[in-house]
Structures are given as structure tokens and as C-alpha cells.
Design a protein around this ligand. Structure first.
Ligand code: ATP
Length: 346
């Protein structure tokens, strides 16, 4: 199923209403795994609800295989939805929860319970059908929610931060399970996440939302290697974001100078990935060490840039107050015009 989102706009709230999505457009190809990535409040969940038909947009259109579905009720869209808070029915046991979408479609009880058991097996919960949902762990409940979303064989699966309530090792298991089910069932999948590493690990493509607008869309390596804005460059973590100024193709902030060809003169923001900065004895020792933090396999040297900090990894500890030289790998250094959120194209 090809999913097309065209020019979706919505205002929410009153006095005053707030523009939550502004002309959002993207396409998910048949069987694609696409992530909607962005910071909290970017509008990701709102967009998912519009695709599901839970919210109605003020402008624009959603199409499945080229047919607009804007007037189609939520339960007739053939969409599976896993909510962040799962929303399992507490008055039903596990298999009744999973079978519920089939019941809504008029499937007879024995058939829908068979279907529920089959899906529980897919999510590795064989034998859990008669249990109360409250007796399951968070990870097990999340798997029940996933099985329920798949029960009515949806052509589009919508996942809203499906791993956010789980601890790290369970999250890894769930990511693998979701990718396995995506391969087996072959439905087009849209996942909301604010975790950029999760998005690049799992997705065929990523749509990055900020302030209700699409800032960039592309393959994971395109966003990682050529981030369109400082926010996208910084979302992968492990970086220093430094405010400074560009003059004559060079970015400066105190002793820090970086090449910035093609960036217009004036205030600017540099995002420097930690693995793109190195302590280098061959470089002029112009950077003053504020402190050094032990991180197991490495030490993180915090360099004083006035009220800002540049973080550089080091194989050995360096004392506060020392002056060091730093070299940079340009592939991990990004300079944008403007400050923070107001930057434009590089
Ligand atoms: N019913 C509503 N009335 C007013 N404002 C709303 C409503 N629903 C959402 N918003 C606002 O819309 C913006 C986007 O919300 P949304 O939940 O879509 O963001 P998100 O990117 O999914 O964030 P999160 O990751 O925190 O869930 C937020 O500023 C939120 O406060």
C-alpha cells in the first residue's frame, strides 16, 4: 500500500489556535518502513492520528494507493495503530484484546480466537491468551498491543513511540520483533520516534519534522551525512553545538576556527560530532581544558569556549587548565547560518 500525505495542515487548541502541522507532504512506498522523527512537540503524533482518521485535518489530503481516504471513518481505513500508552482493554483477557479488531469486522468467535492465538505466537506470547493484561510486564503488554494492531491484517501499520516505555534491552528485542513482523506481513509501516539512532537503525526512509513542518526527508545515511539543519545534525547525539559567526568562509567562536565555505556571513551555528574532533599535539595548543570525564573506553575532554563547551574524546585523561591542540574531520562538522532553530540551508 502506497501512502501519500499531501499538504496536511491543522490548527489545534483555542484562544489562540496553534498551527501544529503546516503543509506536511511525504510518501511512503508499498511495504516501506518509514519513521517520522523529530523533537517533542514537532507534530509527529498529530500526523499519525490524521493518517489513522482519529483527527481530521484542516487542509490537505491522505491517500492510500492514490485514492483519497479523507472522508473514510477511522475503523474503515484498514490501519493498525499501536499507541504510546498501548490502550489495552482491561476488562478483556489477552486473546480477547487481540481478537477485538476481528470482532469489529464481524468475524465469528472461533475464527477470531484462532487468529488471536496465531498472532500471539508471532509475538512470542504462546500460551498467554487467557491471562489478564494487568498480569503482564510492560514489554509483554506492548507485544499484545502489536498483535492486536496486526489482527485485522492492516495494509498500513502506525506505531507511536512503541518502545518508549521499555528499558534498553527490551527495546532492542522489540525493535527486532517489529522489523521481523514488518518483513513477514509486508505492511507499509510509519513509526513515530524522537530517537534518531532508532530511526536510522530501523527505517528505509526518514521524514524529519520540526515545528510542524518537514525539514528533511531521505534515506537514513542522507540525514546522517548531510543533515539539512543544525537541529537534524544534533539529533543523533554525541556532538557539541557551538554558536559563533562566519566571516569569509570561516566559522569562529573564540579560539575555534572551522571551514564554512558557502555559508553566508553573520551569526552561525556549528555542530561538531564527538568522533570528528581529536586531541592533536601537532596543532597549536590554543584550547583550554575545563575538565575531563571518564567514560570507560574513553575520556571526554571538555574544552572551554567561554560560556560554551566543546567536547573532544581522548584516550588518556587531561588535567583541567592544560592547553591542547584539536584537529577536526570535516565529514563530522556542519556549519549553518543563524542561531539554533532559525538556521536555513547550509
Ligand atoms: N488537542 C490539542 N490542543 C492544543 N494543542 C495540541 C493538541 N494536541 C497537540 N497539541 C500541540 O501540538 C503540538 C504537537 O503535538 P504532538 O503530540 O503531535 O507532538 P509530537 O511530535 O508527537 O511530540 P511528543 O513526542 O512529545 O509526543 C504540541 O505543541 C502539542 O502541545
Amino acid at each position: 500500500m502506497r501512502l501519500t500525505v499531501s499538504d496536511i495542515t491543522i490548527d489545534l487548541g483555542t484562544k489562540p489556535a496553534k498551527r501544529v502541522l503546516d503543509s506536511v507532504s511525504f510518501e511512503a512506498h508499498d511495504r516501506e518502513f518509514l519513521s517520522l522523527l523529530g523533537a517533542s512537540g514537532a507534530g509527529k503524533s498529530t500526523l499519525l492520528k490524521i493518517i489513522a482518521g482519529i483527527l481530521v485535518q484542516d487542509g490537505g489530503s491522505v491517500s492510500f494507493d492514490g485514492r483519497a481516504i479523507d472522508g473514510v471513518a477511522s475503523h474503515k481505513r484498514n490501519v493498525g495503530y499501536v499507541f504510546q500508552d498501548m490502550r489495552l482493554f482491561p476488562n478483556m483477557n489477552v486473546e480477547e484484546n487481540v481478537a477485538f479488531p476481528c470482532k469489529m469486522r464481524g468475524m465469528k468467535k472461533p475464527a477470531r480466537l484462532d487468529r488471536a492465538r496465531e498472532l500471539l505466537s508471532h509475538v512470542q506470547l504462546d500460551g498467554f491468551g487467557k491471562r489478564e493484561v494487568s498480569s503482564l510486564s510492560g514489554g509483554q503488554q506492548q507485544r499484545v498491543a502489536l498483535a492486536r494492531a496486526l489482527a485485522a491484517t492492516p495494509q498500513v501499520l502506525l506505531l507511536d513511540e512503541p518502545f518508549s516505555g521499555l528499558d534498553e534491552h527490551l527495546r532492542d528485542d522489540m525493535r527486532s520483533l517489529v522489523l521481523k513482523l514488518h518483513r513477514e506481513f509486508g505492511m507499509t509501516t510509519i513509526m513515530v520516534t524522537h530517537d534518531a539512532i532508532e530511526a536510522i537503525e530501523m527505517s528505509d526512509r526518514i521524514v524529519y519534522l520540526s515545528g510542524g513542518r518537514v525539514e528533511q526527508q531521505g534515506m537514513p545515511d542522507e540525514l546522517f551525512e548531510h543533515p539539512a539543519t543544525s537541529e537534524i545534525a544534533a539529533c543523533f547525539g554525541g556532538c557539541s553545538t557551538i554558536a559563533g559567526a562566519v566571516e569569509g568562509g570561516v566559522f569562529s567562536a573564540g579560539p575555534l576556527s572551522l571551514p564554512a565555505q558557502g555559508v553566508r556571513c553573520g551569526s552561525a551555528t556549528a555542530v561538531i560530532r564527538q568522533n570528528a574532533a581529536f586531541i592533536d599535539e601537532g596543532m597549536p595548543p590554543v584550547f583550554s581544558v575545563r575538565c575531563c570525564v571518564y567514560r570507560g573506553s574513553t575520556h571526554l575532554v571538555r574544552i572551554d569556549l567561554g560560556d560554551q563547551t566543546l567536547t573532544v574524546p581522548s584516550s588518556s585523561p587531561i588535567s583541567a587548565g592544560c592547553l591542547v591542540g584539536v584537529a577536526f574531520d570535516e565529514a563530522g562538522v556542519f556549519v549553518y547560518p543563524g542561531r539554533g532553530g532559525d538556521d536555513g540551508d547550509r
